[in-house]
Design a protein around this ligand. Structure first.
Ligand SMILES: CCCCC/C=C\C/C=C\CC/C=C/CC(=O)SCCNC(=O)CCNC(=O)[C@H](O)C(C)(C)COP(=O)(O)OP(=O)(O)OC[C@H]1O[C@@H](n2cnc3c(N)ncnc32)[C@H](O)[C@@H]1OP(=O)(O)O
Length: 319
């Protein structure tokens, strides 16, 4: 499956109809992502969860990078990232995720969402560093807007959301996990906002998210030091909610969503919205400014030099 080649613009405040038309056009044009209701015709058991019927992803028009299934019995969707080698988030991948989030949010049959990874030992390596290195400025801005969109959609989702963190989860991967309602993680991996270690800065909404998750004092240390925590440290800090063996991560996330589903949905959603709305509104009100700050920061010669060195160090390590 080839990646999307054209420039994709996601309007910050689209009307619902315009947004839906936009998504439909993208899906038709690029075969971006398929969200399928599990049909009774497919009786296969999902090897990961044992009790989910596995949706067959069609080859035509379906995405290899993001597999989305919805269990029609429980209404729990699973979004499985599969963008080798490390599920890094580039513009096209983020666009696929946003489209899937939009579809799930609008589906009356979906009440919960689990985000996980198919790549062994990796949940998500964060932003694709190549998007930020020697960038085309138009694409760079679009990339950042699309990341903002993902955060707004996920953090503000009405669904019950859980991250099944089955591997390393630095930076943008940690952002994605922290945007969910619940995090279950396998032992032996690292998670955190390590931006300063790369010589870059976590923007205010990354900062707000970690503060909302684990409090100011621990966040200010973690952000300045760019700490990547072990699963166990993350549990102690409240960055993740549970650690279970790798093979139980998915099942635990499913059980947790079932628990949350017992709470009256309307009351839970209003409570979630009241708690998260101030952070989301803040980003909405500063969205263009944030894009401009990101662009001006990333395109500085000194930052480009630092990113170049970081990319080299990753490549050397990989050899
Ligand atoms: C004052 C004004 C302030 C204004 C502020 C405004 C805006 C803010 C500005 C900037 C903020 C930008 C925010 C960024 C958030 C991010 O997410 S940055 C990305 C951070 N991610 C990382 O640091 C992860 C790096 N990767 C790793 O640590 C490891 O790869 C891993 C994930 C732990 C996996 O390790 P493993 O050993 O399994 O694999 P390898 O290391 O061998 O990697 C394999 C392969 O993948 C490539 N790669 C790894 N990570 C990335 C990545 N994030 N993007 C792209 N490519 C990646 C790696 O280079 C290897 O490639 P190969 O050599 O070609 O095989």
């Amino acid at each position: 499956m080839g990646q999307v080649q054209s420039r994709l613009t996601i309007s910050p405040t689209p009307t619902k109809l315009a947004w839906m038309m936009h998504l439909r056009m993208l899906t038709t044009m690029h075969g971006l992502c398929e969200v399928r209701q599990c049909s009774k015709r497919w009786k296969n058991l999902c090897p990961q969860t044992k009790n989910l019927q596995k949706c067959q992803m069609s080859s035509a028009g379906s995405s290899e990078m993001l597999q989305v299934t919805v269990d029609d019995k429980s209404g729990i969707a699973t979004m499985t990232m599969c963008r080798p080698p490390v599920n890094s988030l580039n513009l096209e991948f983020l666009t696929q995720i946003n489209i899937a989030l939009e579809k799930l949010e609008n589906s009356k049959d979906c009440s919960g969402l689990i985000i996980t990874s198919k790549i062994p030992k990796i949940f998500c390596a964060g932003l694709d560093i190549m998007e930020m290195y020697q960038p085309n400025v138009d694409r760079l801005q679009e990339f950042w807007r699309t990341l903002q969109e993902m955060y707004i959609r996920l953090y503000g989702s009405q669904l019950i959301t859980a991250a099944a963190i089955n591997g390393a989860s630095p930076a943008g991967g940690c952002l994605m996990a922290m945007s969910c309602d619940y995090r279950v993680m396998a032992p032996g991996y690292k998670i955190g906002l390590n931006e300063t270690q790369l010589g870059i800065v976590a923007p205010f909404w990354f900062q707000d998210l970690i503060i909302n998750t684990m409090g100011f004092r621990q966040s200010e240390m973690a952000l300045q030091l760019g700490t990547l925590f072990t699963s166990e440290e993350a549990l102690n800090l409240g960055m993740v909610d549970k650690i279970v063996p790798q093979e139980q991560v998915m099942e635990t996330a499913i059980q947790e969503i079932h628990k949350w589903k017992k709470i009256p949905g309307f009351a839970r959603q209003i409570t979630k919205s009241a708690l998260r709305k101030p952070s989301i509104d803040k980003l909405h009100s500063k969205r263009e400014e944030d894009i401009a700050n990101f662009r001006d920061f990333i395109t500085k010669d000194s930052i480009q030099k630092t990113l170049g060195m970081y990319i080299e160090s990753l490549k050397k390590k990989a050899k």
